[in-house]
Design a protein around this ligand. Structure first.
Ligand code: GCV
Length: 720
């Protein structure tokens, strides 16, 4: 969909694809060394291929035999035979302890030795060495690495057919799909392989290849178009990325010709079993299904009077024999709400639907929960569902694609936001974090291996898992992908950092997001390719570190959310959703603004949180400023914890946000001639658009609230 004021992505074949965080120069320090790789298997071949490519360019050599002579770097599977003496003793000590994706790096001797129990671990270890660059060869104590979250998945909202409203990619801001074009597979294997490399190099290990809104053509990827999915899986397998498919709950009807998709119907169960077996015949390492059911018009179990545990367990049953999982989205709410009805609160919906089902889901169901209770707004509280389902595998879903954060036309580095989210402690400072929940720490399973299976309402509802259950693995971190056919991959070249940060924080949620950005800068703008490496690094930090908060300053204030234009969700539309059926209201009037979600006088949403957050959010005095209008309706002269009034805060942040964008633009100009000219030109053009749009936000929001409240700006700045 072509949007107004858009810097359109360059036609996808016009220029070579940008190497993102894997330019050849990033391999220089490894490429000049003579390396030994011990082990066999396709992923080990990938490691060899990467090193060979670097060696071909920089003069290094890659050996595959332990008795190859002098080597300066060893990468080995602990079970490889033979191993060189420099690795053999350590391998014997650590074999079997490194994990399915982990690795160990020993730099205490004269030759760095990287060991892994599995080929995937070796691949991740290789990219760790790339990140270390020349310092990979410095003396250093032994380090061990393994991902905190087992599942680090990107959901592509890509359509096979061009959708009349949403286009090729729903909420995509980087050109067309890298997988599909005009109803067919795009058939550009090199592009998909390169994508796989980038994913492996930041730690992503799973994707879905189609939109969660599954339309008619896309439904068929499960059956007669399965070959297209298998082709993608073949291309991504060498990078340890497993492919998943979004499926429609109505598949037995629309594809199988059955009269029903009732999850408790034996014919339906048999249909899913057969379809799923056929998928695994074709793609033996297929990851599983993603389902958006009873949500925004997608079909689901409610049609048959069943609940979401019934629906999810149906698909989980079909996948279980093959080790697959179903990601079942908790994004279920009434999108046909009457705006006059003040008792219905969309924020409550996911919890109300899912929390009572805790303990009913099979162990291979992952309930996928949007990070906030509404819909990927730039500021929302953490979803209370994440603290409400101790006997269920939960995944946290974030939006890497910038639907509500500037649509890859604005610089908005999301790492700091995700870091806050993953570090949030729903039970207070001493308790588990959201990352712990996504990792599965402390979860217990049903112990029954599945809920009820077709025996009628109510059966099996006693599975709570709290007592006698087994530890469940986590559901991981899921991000809606921001990649398209654009030569820079992400439209805005600096939006690549969000994809990179998503993978890295999924691997280790405790990483400092600024350090992650620093890694990304070092890889993407290698010192040897820039005119002034120190200035480039410093300037990018100055522009990007705080850019999410800058975006927040000039858009919807104090957590109130949804002041965007309807449909395309770009730019200010203060009342765009105020009288709509979507359940996203701010209730601004002449006296005040915000949504009363308290137990005392509002919708009671605050009661969905455990202590201490239920109390903090309930209290207008204790509620964090940045979320005040999410939880409370307050007068314009309400004094924030910061000491400012609500109305003055709105004016101040909107004026400040625009000034900060002007500064970004000036800073970027310093880099002219110092970074790649195409990157510079693209970012320069987009910063003009960001400034235009930020001014529009400032003027519309300030004017709107001035007109509503009649309160002047204490600094008498222009308000229209
Ligand atoms: C894929 C938001 C988006 C929709 C998206 C939906 C979802 O509502 O605007 O485009 O649909 O979220 O997450 O399913």
């Amino acid at each position: 969909m072509s949007l107004p004021h858009t810097v359109q992505p360059t036609p996808d074949r016009a220029v070579a694809r940008h190497p993102a965080w894997l330019p050849p120069e990033a391999f220089g320090p490894l490429g000049i060394r003579s390396a030994l790789v011990c082990g066999t298997g396709p992923l080990v071949d990938t490691v060899v291929e990467e090193l060979t490519r670097a060696g071909t360019r920089y003069g290094g050599r890659v050996h595959r035999h332990a008795r190859a002579g002098a080597v300066e770097l060893v990468l080995a599977l602990t079970g490889a035979d033979p191993l060189p003496p420099v690795a053999a003793r350590l391998a014997g000590e650590v074999a079997g302890t490194l994990g399915a994706e982990g690795f160990l790096l020993d730099r205490s001797g004269h030759v760095p030795v990287l060991l892994a129990d599995t080929p995937a671990g070796l691949l991740y270890g290789l990219f760790h060495l790339v990140r270390l660059g020349g310092s990979a060869f410095d003396l250093h104590p032994v380090e061990r690495h393994r991902p905190a979250l087992d599942r680090r998945m990107l959901d592509h909202w890509d359509n096979v057919d061009v959708h009349p409203v949403m286009g090729q990619v729903e909420r995509g801001y980087a050109g067309g799909s890298i997988f599909w074009r005009d109803g067919a597979a795009r058939n550009e294997p090199d592009r998909i392989r390169e994508y796989g490399r980038l994913l492996a190099a930041c730690g992503v290990n799973a994707i879905t290849v189609n939109n969660v809104n599954v339309h008619a053509t896309e439904a068929r990827l499960l059956t007669d178009r399965l070959g297209d999915v298998a082709a993608i899986a073949d291309l991504l397998r060498p990078y340890a990325v497993r492919v998943h498919l979004s499926v429609t709950f109505a598949a037995p009807v629309v594809l199988g010709g059955l009269p029903t998709a009732d999850p408790l119907d034996d014919r339906v169960r048999a249909w899913w079993a057969t379809a799923t077996r056929q998928v695994y015949d074709r793609i033996p390492d297929f990851g599983g299904y993603v389902v958006k059911a009873d949500s925004e018009g997608q079909p689901g179990p409610f049609t048959y009077g069943r609940d979401h545990a019934d629906g999810a367990n149906l698909l989980a049953g079909a996948l279980a024999p093959f080790g697959g999982v179903v990601h079942w989205r908790a994004f279920v709410y009434n999108h046909r709400q009457d705006w006059r009805d003040r008792t219905t609160d969309r924020a409550r919906a996911a919890y109300d639907h899912f929390a009572p089902l805790d303990g009913r889901f099979r162990d291979n169901v992952i309930v996928q929960v949007k990070h906030g209770p509404i819909d990927f707004q730039a500021r929302e509280p953490v979803s209370p569902v994440l603290a409400a389902m101790p006997a269920t595998r939960l995944a946290v879903e974030v939006q890497v694609t910038q639907e509500y954060t500037g649509q890859q036309r604005h610089v908005c580095y999301l790492g700091p936001w995700w870091s806050e989210l993953l570090g949030f402690t729903p039970w207070g400072p001493q308790g588990r974090t959201v990352a712990d929940i996504a990792a599965g720490a402390g979860r217990t399973g049903t112990g029954a291996g599945g809920g009820r299976t077709g025996t009628g309402a109510g059966a099996g509802r006693t599975d709570t898992g709290a007592a006698g259950g087994r530890t469940l693995p986590g559901g991981g971190l899921v991000g809606v992908a921001n990649v398209g056919a654009d030569p820079f991959w992400t439209g805005h070249p600096l939006a690549q950092a969000n994809l990179y940060a998503f993978g890295r924080l999924g691997w280790d949620p405790r990483l400092d997001p600024r350090a992650v950005l620093d890694e990304w800068i070092g890889l993407t703008f290698p010192p040897s390719t820039t005119g002034d490496p120190a200035l480039v690094r410093r300037t990018l930090h100055e522009i990007m570190d705080d850019s999410w908060r800058t975006y927040e300053r000039y858009t919807a204030p104090l957590g109130v959310g949804f002041m965007v234009n309807p449909r395309d969700h770009y730019g200010p539309g203060v009342d765009g959703y105020e009288y709509s059926p979507w359940g996203t209201y701010h209730f601004a009037d002449r006296d005040g603004v915000g949504v009363d979600r308290t137990r005392a006088t509002g919708t009671g949403f605050t009661g969905q949180y455990p202590c201490p957050w239920a109390e903090r959010y309930e209290s207008v005095e204790q509620c964090p400023d940045e979320l005040l209008l999410f939880f409370h309706h307050v007068p314009y002269d309400h004094v924030l914890r910061s000491g400012s009034t609500v109305i003055q805060h709105i004016y101040d942040t909107h004026f400040a946000g625009v000034e900060q964008v002007k500064t970004m633009r000036q800073r970027w100009q310093r880099l002219a001639g110092l970074v790649d000219a195409a990157v510079h030109a693209r970012v320069s053009g987009l910063l003009e658009e960001q400034l235009r749009c930020a001014r529009e936000w400032r003027d519309q929001i300030n004017t709107y609230f001035f007109r509503k409240s009649g309160v002047p700006d204490t600094h008498s700045r222009p308000i229209h």
